[in-house]
Structure formats: C-alpha cells, structure tokens
Design a protein around this ligand. Structure first.
Ligand code: ADP
Ligand code: MG
Length: 248
C-alpha cells in the first residue's frame, strides 16, 4: 500500500480537492482507496456528507487507536469530527504521539492500495502524524511568492522529520493548483520550483475550473459531475502520473 499525505500549511491551495478527486481517480482505475480527513475544519468530511458521524472517525484513531473506514460512493473514508481540533492538547503528554496514525494505518494496510491523507493547514502534531504515516507527500500549491515560501517551510519540516525520526518520506510531487495558463508570471514560479526541487514538479497541473468549484458545492467528484471538464482531465492526468511515478 502507498500512503500519500497531501500537505501544505497554507489554506485554500487544493489539499481537499486533490485528496478527494485523486482518490476517486485511483478508484475508477480499480485501486482500493482510503481517504483520511485529518483537518478539524472537516471539508472532506462535509463534502461526502459524513458531517454528523461521531463513530469511526479520525478522532477515534487518536483517542482509541481504532480505525474503521466508512464506504462512500467508490472510496473508503475516515471522516473527522470537530473534536479533532482538541487532540493537540490531549496528546501533549502522550509518549509516541507522533506515531499514532502510522500504527493505526498499518493495521488495515492489507485492505487498500492507496491511503490519501488530507492534512490541516498547519504543521502541528496532526500533520506530523500524517508525514510519519506516509511514504510520500504530495504538495498542492498556487503559483505566487507566498506559496513558494510556504513550500520552502514545508520541505524544511519534512527534512527535520526525516532526520529526527529516521523516516524516509519522499516528495512525490509539487502540484500547481488553480493555474491560469494565460498568466505569464506562472511560468516564472514553475521555473523557480523546478530549480529549487529538481524533478519534483508534477507534469500535471490543475487549471482554474468552475466545474471543480461546483462539484465541491454538490459534494461530488469531478469525474461523475463533469467528465468532460478541465478539472476531470487534469485530475485524470494526475491520477495516471501518480500511479506511474517512478522514483529517482
Ligand atoms: N480548479 C479550480 N479552480 C478554481 N477554484 C477551485 C478549483 N478547485 C477547487 N477550487 C476551489 O478552491 C477552494 C479551496 O480548495 P481546497 O481543496 O478546499 O483547499 P485546501 O484544502 O488546501 O484548503 C475550494 O473551495 C474550491 O471551491
Ligand atoms: Mg482542506
């Protein structure tokens, strides 16, 4: 099983949209997929209409080491609850708190080909749990100066985790999100990313697309909602790229 953390401490850069649609893209190509909502804001959970579920949630993982997925429409999901935001405090004195998610996921590894983790917009203990549980991290980003600085901060955290925990995590891709192909300045940022992180930039890009905004609103994946849209084409390309990615 491959475990991919979708992380970026900035909000609104496409983590949830990417977790959801990459997950469905992989499921449509006959992979068994588990999605984990690790964000107390619960966008993924609300999208799949599990907002009222109190059992079998990510909060349970941290409180009881219990991991029970709920099957929704082609993928399995572990939704979040609001109480997840208090977990940081609850865990502050728990020894080995960084490894709780990893140990839980290992219990059900045989049931899935891919686990994709939707991270919260910060580098706290939940994101650290995700990075330690994952073998790979996918970093969606917009193309501007602040976002570039955000990637630098995130990759520094990843390097620290690698050293501190002797954990080998690979950046599987940096994914340009909400790209306007006509905006020339985008090219400058693409070049900067390629220079800073050679070979890490995804070939695929997620273009600006109103269908994706609508699909989120209706709680539907882009392939079912608008199969001809740019969003569906872009997420299908990403699905193929991620599933075929060979590492260097
Ligand atoms: N291709 C797109 N073009 C424009 N807006 C998009 C696109 N895809 C998603 N969005 C919108 O961007 C917002 C932020 O995306 P989201 O995935 O929730 O980011 P994050 O999880 O990083 O906070 C969503 O509300 C969604 O409506
Ligand atoms: Mg999100």
């Amino acid at each position: 099983m491959r475990v991919i953390a979708v992380a970026n401490q900035k909000g609104g850069v496409g983590k949830t949209t990417t977790t959801f649609n990459l997950g469905h893209g992989l499921a449509k190509r006959n992979h068994k997929v588990l999605l984990i909502d690790l964000d107390p804001q619960r966008s993924l959970t609300i999208q799949v209409k599990l907002g009222n579920q109190e059992k079998n949630t990510t909060t349970n993982i941290f409180e009881k080491s219990e991991i029970i997925p709920t099957y929704v429409d082609g993928v399995s999901i572990i939704p979040a609850t609001r109480r997840l935001s208090g977990i940081e405090m609850t865990l502050s004195n728990v020894l080995g708190r960084e490894f709780i998610l990893k140990e839980a996921i290992e219990k059900i590894a045989k049931d899935f080909d891919y686990t994709i983790i939707d991270c919260p917009p910060n580098l706290g203990i939940l994101t650290i749990n995700a990075l330690i549980a994952a073998g790979e991290v996918l970093i969606p980003t917009e193309l501007d100066q602040y976002s570039l600085q955000g990637i630098v901060d995130l990759t520094e955290t990843i390097e620290k985790i690698k050293k501190l925990y002797n954990h080998n995590i690979l950046i599987v891709g940096i994914l340009p999100f909400r790209v306007n192909p006509r905006r020339l300045i985008s090219k400058v940022f693409l070049d900067s990313i390629e220079k800073l992180y050679p070979g890490r930039l995804c070939q695929s890009q997620i273009r600006v697309d109103v269908s994706l905004i609508e699909a989120v609103g209706y709680g539907r994946n882009i392939f079912d909602y608008q199969p001809e849209s740019h969003g569906a084409q872009d997420y299908d390309a990403l699905t193929v790229e991620i599933s075929e990615r060979k590492y260097v």
